[in-house]
Design a protein around this ligand. Structure first.
Ligand SMILES: NC(=O)c1ccc[n+]([C@@H]2O[C@H](COP(=O)([O-])OP(=O)(O)OC[C@H]3O[C@@H](n4cnc5c(N)ncnc54)[C@H](O)[C@@H]3O)[C@@H](O)[C@H]2O)c1
Length: 365
């Protein structure tokens, strides 16, 4: 561990961007700065072999600029594989805005951000992520057409979060089928960490099916609201990761499966919406497999949102969106089976398929 930290620190000094551990042959990284609106944003374009880089914008109060760079690099890479495995003709990109979405987000700041997106002439297309609402994308739409996730009355496909939640639910059911022999979640205990846009909708599906739902969030008011609405139990223990549940569903931020938490998990399945759940894809994917914890790869099961926004570009409707999202069940089962047959982590099994699709397309170009 100490050696890893030392190595990372040396790399930061010698090659602060291209040498970053999370840098993975990204095509372009754009730093956007505007003094008047206070905008400090980074757009990461990982790969555009399959199409324009599409991915949401996250507004977050990062503890350092370094964390923001790291996040956008990891998130944009994840988008490349998400679109590839879902069969969409999209590349991977993502943007982060440094700041508190509750106090620092203004229409002027969002429009200025939209102008930066516009300057990339469609190579990057944005959408919402943590800290963003459909209304913010409507504001961005005032200055650029390179935005999705806009409201339905403005011709968009609307808020992608309920579709994302439906896809996660499908992926979770497939994982249950694989692990428990049945996809019926009635009576299964599921801890949903983060009950924001996606988490709440997932809680709704789960409680309708009769699962025993536990919820955890840093926002106490939301906990009480969601608990009342869906009869979900608020998880009060200090340690979320050692909760004695059947399924852990991370729906807050990424990297919750890391060196500190991985030995504490008691859940049999990990299936949630958060992007980049594994702090170290390779290492933690393998450890989960060794521990017998079935991990449904995040970029595979949380693709509902991108399917929804892709519909805006391709012009298909709700029925097709739901069918494609429902299909996450089948793809998840295939990948879990393939990981088992090939004795590799589920993350690696999913990654291989995504990478192969990109390599095949590259050969044709
Ligand atoms: N919205 C989508 O369509 C979509 C699509 C794919 C992936 N995702 C990913 O799913 C996750 C959730 O997205 P969202 O749109 O619901 O975001 P959101 O901002 O609406 O909700 C996030 C929730 O997590 C809570 N939270 C933050 N830190 C926490 C912590 N340490 N412990 C517990 N709760 C915490 C917040 O209070 C909030 O309620 C994100 O990682 C996002 O990148 C979202």
């Amino acid at each position: 561990m100490t050696v890893d930290v030392l190595k990372a620190n040396e790399l930061k000094k010698a090659a602060p961007v291209f040498g970053q551990l999370s840098f993975d042959d990204h095509e372009q990284v754009v730093f956007c700065n505007d003094k008047d609106t206070g905008l400090k944003a980074i757009i990461g374009i990982h790969n555009t072999v399959l199409g324009p880089a599409l991915g949401g914008t996250r507004m977050w109060n990062y503890s350092s600029e370094w964390d923001a760079v790291n996040d956008v690099l990891r998130l944009s890479r994840g988008m490349t594989f998400k679109s590839a495995i879902t069969g969409l003709n999209l590349g991977g990109g993502k943007a982060v805005i440094i700041g508190d979405a509750k106090t620092q987000k203004t229409p002027e700041l969002m429009r200025r951000f939209g102008e930066f997106v516009h300057s990339l002439s469609g190579k990057y297309i944005t959408a919402e992520d943590v800290g963003m609402e459909t209304a913010d994308m409507d504001t961005v739409r005032e200055v650029t057409p390179y935005v999705t996730g806009i409201s339905e009355d403005k011709g968009g496909a609307g808020n992608p979060s309920p579709i994302t939640a439906y896809g996660v639910y499908m992926g979770m059911k497939a994982a249950a089928k694989f692990k428990f022999g049945t996809d019926n979640l009635e009576g299964k205990s599921v801890l949903v960490q983060g009950i924001g846009h996606v988490g709440e909708s997932l809680v709704e599906h789960l409680s309708k099916e009769g699962a025993k739902v536990l919820i955890s969030d840093i926002n106490q008011a939301r906990l009480e609201e969601v608990s009342k609405l869906y009869n979900a139990q608020i998880f009060t223990d200090a340690d979320v990761y050692s909760a004695d549940v059947d399924i852990y569903a991370p729906c807050a931020l990424g990297a919750t499966i890391n060196d500190e938490t991985i030995d504490r998990f008691k859940a049999s399945i990990i299936a949630g919406a958060a992007n980049n759940q594994l702090a170290d894809d390779r290492k933690h994917g393998i450890v989960l497999r060794e521990k017998g914890i079935l991990y449904a790869p995040d970029f595979l099961i949380n693709a509902g949102g991108i399917i929804n926004v892709y519909a805006e570009l391709e012009g298909y409707g709700k029925k097709e969106i739901m069918e494609k999202t429902q299909n996450i069940y089948n793809t998840t089962l295939e990948i879990l089976t393939s990981a088992d047959v090939n004795d590799i982590s589920t993350h690696e099994a999913a990654l291989k398929i995504a990478q192969q699709r990109i390599a095949d397309r590259k050969k044709q170009q």
